[in-house]
Design a protein around this ligand. Sequence first.
Ligand code: GTP
Ligand code: MG
Ligand code: NA
Length: 465
Amino acid sequence: EARSPDDLRCPIVVIMGHVDTGKTKLLDKIRKTNVQEGEAGGITQQIGATFFEKKTLEAQTAKLNVTEKFDFKVPGMLVIDTPGHESFTNLRSRGSSLCDVAILVVDLMHGLEQQTIESLTMLRKRGVPFVIALNKVDRCYAWKTCKDTPIRDALKEQDEGTVSEFRSRATDAKVQLQEQGVNSNIYWEMGEDDWMNSDFVPLIPTSAVTGEGVQDVLMLLCQMAQRKIWKQLMWCANLQCTVLEVKAIDGLGMTVDVLVVNGHLREGDRAVFCTLNGPIVTEIRGLLTPPPSREMRVKSEYIHHKEVKGALGVKVIGNNLEKVMAGTPVMIVGPEDEEEDIKSEVMADLTKLEAKLSTDKSGVLVQASTLGALEALLQFLREETNPPIPVSAIGIGTVHKRDVTKISIMNEKGHPEYATILAFDVSIEREAREHAQEMGVRIMTADIIYHLFDQFTRFMDELTA
Ligand code: GTP
Ligand code: MG
Ligand code: NA
């Protein structure tokens, strides 16, 4: 396929970091939205995706570009939001494996934290170039707000004491990064060569609340994309597409959120997906995206497309999508292709995932809203609880009466403690609740993952007390 430096695709940017460092808030600032305040407990529990048009990037860097005079060649930017909570290592790993460049967000007040270091390790293992946002700079003592201003202009407005607090905290972060083997510097204090041609990581002070430094982050990411990794961004017609999430949406049924990196998807295409029960071939009945600058994981007025071009996050509608697995590739059967070849190619990675999802003979039923959440729950139950909580069955979506019947068998098997449903972020049918009463099945619900573990652990402690 002919690829050209004049035909770049959107860079895929992943935003990573420790819980509550301000990742979603930073995106809210760029989107002019309020997604973060709508999240249960204020924590992100799924992978998100937002597409920014080139004109948005230009508008939001206009003040800074008066001096930078940067020529935007990328057609936009696709930003993947990830959760920072420790339970979601799998989603951070998925995010870091899909991206071209990354923003690692550090809370300037806290310095490097556990998932900062985990994220650093992932990015370096995959050789992803990244910038570090030293966020919450507005928390420095007596900070004077300079709304949406380039960071150097904002720093000029501050008193000496404020600047020296900022300096000292930034130096602490730099030292901590050095301890991890990462060379870094305040970005305007390094030559462009330092971060273009070496592994020096640029530090950008930001405030996701008042907007200082956000222009600088966008500008640096685009510069990195166009000057450092442009070869990798040359658009390619071969489809490269991955499943982000499988999700039931009211009125649409089961949908699959995919990331199209290269190539096209078209309505009517014969798509091949990977499931636990083997490959499925289904016609694409609809292709939906949220409007530009809107988060895909927030229900909105979707835009319908006949055809989409990478890089873009897209919601795919079709039949038989219930069992599609997140993190697996999507392929299209072209006129020249053997369907069987495509099927086996799509299934190739499954063995790895199957190992993760294998279940025990006796154990609780775990039900979650998305496969990503389910994977996170299972991983936590297996690896983070001591002793591990066994899981005998899993499911996605609403808890029905039949689920209660299924797990009530644990009572007969002499394991009444496992006659339990851990229901994460899903609704419970009224009939299911009534049936649970009759059958002696407990249903524990929560929309924050670790609350479920707390409930179950308390319950087990009571049993053994
Ligand atoms: P997870 O997705 O749960 O890992 O968190 P996150 O990194 O997305 O952080 P989030 O956007 O949820 O912000 C966490 C809290 O920090 C919220 O209360 C925000 O309002 C606050 N916050 C985020 N950025 C800033 C900032 O720049 N300044 C100040 N003062 N507060 C901030
Ligand atoms: Mg978040
Ligand atoms: Na949060």
